[in-house]
Design a protein around this ligand. Structure first.
Ligand code: ADP
Length: 550
């Protein structure tokens, strides 16, 4: 802005000076012409006084010219014929402007270029009566043109121009500084205000200050909104359990949420470790095609799904431990079931073949039949467990009040032979009339599983406690002094098909479905199932029948 003001000032002053110079030259030229004509008139008086009585010949003309300091003197007849001329002209001058005027009015003047001398001249002509005729006397001096005057004054004008430009620049600089300082101060204040109100003591700048304040307020509001949005986005991103990474390349991460940071061990300003160390991921990034991988981190399985956009790449990390574990346990189950089914089936088929061939000694027939029955029972047990487990989800039968004390007594009684067989000392304490809202078959399934496990995983001569208390929240405890469960297995014993000791599957132990069924039934009913156990010392399962439906 200052530059612009200086330029405009400069232009105006240069044009002004040039214009004034031309104007002065023109005025000066006009004045010079007038003054010269006045002088020529005075010269004419000199002629009138000293030469008018003398003959108008070359000698007189020369003498007059010398007296007038070299002015050109021409004597003309009234027909324009040149009688004498110090300029050397001989042709008829009747057409000359000053001659024409003199013939008409007695005197005439003109400024023009002389046809004889080829230079600009000022002519003054007067008519004198000489008897019957007229004598025309013309005096002429060289005239300086306006352009010549201007050209002569040019060096002075240039000097003046230089001084004028310097002065103008200095004054303009001072003026702009003076005018612009408040504006600069206001700008500076606005820049440093940090969104606070800007004030000015100059009334002319008040609208600008007002506008800045309005803009500041608007900006502040927008920034606040943006920050709020960002906070919200961050909150959402950080609260979702999935990991999200948006990146351009391994070291150019645009966005990463808390879960992804934790799972990928991400450090700011460092490349994402697995993006440069994991060969398969490196290959996926190089190929730039959408892909999904599964990675195990801290004992859990995560799906890494890469999506490639034009400008960025997105990695979505999802915990697939449950589905992976289910798939694994399903495979285990299929392997176990096939294995477990295979053993009794082979045995049943072997004995059946022997009996069919009639080669078996009669005294061994009963033993063979017992084996066939035992193996068939195991097969039936396995099938029953699987059916029970899958039937829970589709069980929509209505609940009713079940006398848990009575049911428990019946179940304990049914297990007495096994308890005795293993020489287990039983403590059974059940409050009378404890009622639970459920179905008999479900409670039967739960208690059967817990009690049978308490016997199965007990030591020979161990102890088994079955305690039932009533109240608002009935509580059942089944505690044994058996082999106990290791800490690392505790969380998994409720998984489907999970058995601590695989070698016991189907023989002394079951198929890992019992506790899974118990857990599923308790969860559906809203009961709290917990386990306390110490390896080698024993295990206690507790059920709090807390959420009693009415
Ligand atoms: P299973 O039919 O194999 O007993 P469960 O689901 O009932 O299947 O139990 C799962 C696993 O939990 C068992 O294989 C066993 O290792 C462990 N377990 C269950 N109950 C007890 C207990 N009372 N004492 C020690 N281990 C137990």
């Amino acid at each position: 802005m200052r530059k612009r003001i200086l330029l405009v000032t400069l232009l105006v002053s240069v044009v002004g000076v040039l214009f004034l110079s031309i104007l002065f030259s023109a005025v000066f030229y006009g004045q010079t012409v007038e003054r010269t004509f006045s002088e020529l008139k005075i010269y004419m008086n000199v002629y009138e006084a000293g030469y008018a009585s003398l003959p108008p010949d070359e000698e007189q003309a020369q003498a007059l010219s010398e007296e007038l300091g070299g002015a050109r003197v021409t004597f003309l007849s009234e027909t324009g014929e040149v009688l004498a001329d110090t300029g050397g002209a001989e042709d008829n001058h009747v057409t000359r402007e000053e001659v024409q005027q003199a013939l008409l009015t007695g005197e005439g003047r003109s400024v023009r270029t002389s046809a004889t001398l080829r230079e600009s001249m000022l002519y003054y002509c007067r008519a004198f009566e000489q008897g019957d005729t007229l004598l025309l006397v013309r005096l002429a001096v060289p005239a300086r043109s306006g352009l010549a005057i201007f050209a002569e004054s040019l060096p002075t004008v240039v000097w003046f121009l230089v001084v004028d430009i310097l002065c103008c620049l200095f004054v303009a600089w001072l003026a702009t500084s003076f005018v612009l300082r408040p504006v600069e101060q206001l700008t500076q204040e606005a820049a440093l205000s940090g969104g606070k109100e800007v004030r000015t003591k100059y009334a002319e700048l008040a609208p600008i200050a007002k506008m800045i304040n309005l803009m500041n307020a608007d900006l502040h509001e927008k920034v606040e909104k943006m920050n709020e949005d960002r906070r919200l986005e961050k909150l959402i991103l950080n609260s979702i359990e999935h990991g999200i990474v948006i990146f351009r390349d391994p070291s150019d991460v645009i966005l990463i949420n808390r879960t992804a940071k934790r799972l990928l061990d991400y450090e700011v300003n460092e490349p994402v470790p697995c993006f440069v160390n994991d060969r398969e991921i490196v290959a996926v990034l190089e190929a730039g095609e959408n892909a999904a991988l599964v990675r195990k981190i801290n004992g859990r399985y995560y799906s890494f799904r890469f999506t490639f956009n034009e400008k960025s790449r997105v990695l979505l990390i999802t915990d697939v431990t449950e589905t992976t574990a289910a798939a694994i346990s399903k495979n285990d189950f299929i392997a176990n079931v096939t294995h477990e089914m295979n053993t009794p089936l082979t045995s049943i088929r072997g004995f059946a073949e022997l009996i069919g061939a009639g080669t078996m000694p009669p005294d061994k027939l009963k033993g063979a039949a017992d084996t066939i029955i035992r193996q068939s029972d195991r097969l039936a047990n396995l099938i029953r467990s699987i059916i029970n487990f899958s039937a829970i989800d589709s069980d929509e039968l209505p609940d009713y009040e079940v006398d848990l004390s009575e049911l428990l007594r019946e179940i304990v009684a049914s297990f007495e032979p096994k308890i005795a067989e293993k020489k287990i000392s039983l403590t059974f304490e059940a409050e009378e009339g404890v009622k639970v809202l459920s179905r008999r078959e479900r409670l039967l399934e739960i208690i059967n599983n817990l009690v049978s496990n308490g016997i199965r995983y007990n030591k020979e001569g161990g102890a088994l406690k079955i305690l039932l208390s009533g109240g608002d929240c009935p509580k059942l405890v089944v505690a044994d002094t058996g082999i106990g469960i290791a800490e690392e297995d505790k969380s998994r014993i409720f998984d489907r098909f999970y058995t601590v000791d695989k070698s016991h599957n189907g023989a002394g132990g079951g198929f890992g479905l019992g506790l899974a069924i118990v857990k599923k039934l308790c969860r559906r009913a809203g009961w709290q199932l917990s386990v306390e156990s110490e390896l080698g010392k024993g295990t206690a399962f507790t059920i709090l029948f807390s959420a009693q439906k009415k």
